[in-house]
Design a protein around this ligand. Structure first.
Ligand SMILES: [Zn+2]
Length: 67
């Protein structure tokens, strides 16, 4: 298990995804927070949580070639 959270840039999607499967992080709307820092913290928390929870086997698809 050496999956990593990676930044993905494709014509139709830009954002965070998994290096080992087709999972991508879909932000559920704007992150909550009273300030930019707080919003960033909430965004990163949500992103890391969802990444940690996803199961690669549930997201088969293009196995990305790591740079
Ligand atoms: Zn994965």
């Amino acid at each position: 298990m050496s999956r990593k959270l990676v930044w993905i840039e494709q014509p139709r999607f830009q954002g965070f995804g998994c290096s080992e499967c087709a999972w991508i992080f879909n932000s559920p709307g704007s992150p909550a927070g009273k300030s930019f820092d707080e919003m960033m913290r909430n965004f990163e928390f949500q992103r890391d949580k969802e990444f940690a929870l996803h199961v690669c086997a549930d997201h088969p698809g293009t196995k990305r070639v790591s740079a």
